[in-house]
Each structure stands twice: as C-alpha cells, then as structure tokens.
Design a protein around this ligand. Structure first.
Ligand code: SF4
Length: 108
C-alpha cells in the first residue's frame, strides 16, 4: 500500500507544538485523545515509552510516520522533535537515511 502525504500535514501533537492545523488523518490519531506532552518527552523521561505504546496501536501510524519523514527531510536528529509514527527523532533520522542511501554522512 502506498501512503500519500500532503506537504505540511502532521499529527495533532506536532501541529499543536507548531500552532498549525493537523492533517485530516490526524482526526483518527490516538494521540489526539491524550496529553500531547507525552509525545515530547524530556531527555531521559519515561513518557516516550508510553507514547510509543500509543503509536503502536494507532490506526494512522503509517500516515504519521510518512508525514514526519517527508517534513523532516534530511534534518539532523537535533532538529527533529518528539515521538512521531512510533519513532524517536534519532530513529526517524536513521530510517530516513536508509531510504536515501546516497546521502553523505553528517560532519557532526
Ligand atoms: S502514530 Fe503516534 S504520533 Fe502518529 S498520529 Fe498515531 S499516536 Fe499520534
């Protein structure tokens, strides 16, 4: 199955952080039913585990992850925020790199 992503489309917690409008699929997102701060854990905080569990059961996880990878492009992990599509910023970065194998290594 192919997942189509609108430019700028995003999950409810990410949209709330940015002050933008969530994507239509975000209406079915499980994160819309809980505290969005769960999806932006402090470093070393435990809410990331809870967020990932919620994402694992989310019916729009594929759309969410595709939107995150589209929006974040080749940004370094430090420019990515929160749990999206069940993945941490670092995990999304790694996944994005696997999808773009010809990209050069970061200097950092
Ligand atoms: S996968 Fe997670 S962050 Fe994405 S919409 Fe679903 S619950 Fe929200």
């Amino acid at each position: 199955m192919t997942t189509t992503v609108q430019a700028g489309a995003t999950s409810a917690p990410a949209a709330e952080k940015r002050g933008t409008t969530p994507a239509p699929w975000a209406a079915s997102a499980l994160c819309a039913q809980v505290d969005p701060e769960l999806f932006f854990p402090e470093i070393g905080g435990s809410s990331a585990v809870t967020a990932r569990r919620i994402c694992a059961a989310c019916p729009v996880r594929a759309e969410c992850l595709a939107a995150a990878l589209f929006e974040e492009g080749d940004c370094a992990p430090s420019y990515r925020h929160g749990i999206r599509g069940g993945l941490s910023p670092r995990a999304r970065y790694a996944l994005g790199r696997r999808k773009r194998p010809n990209q050069k290594e970061d200097a950092a």
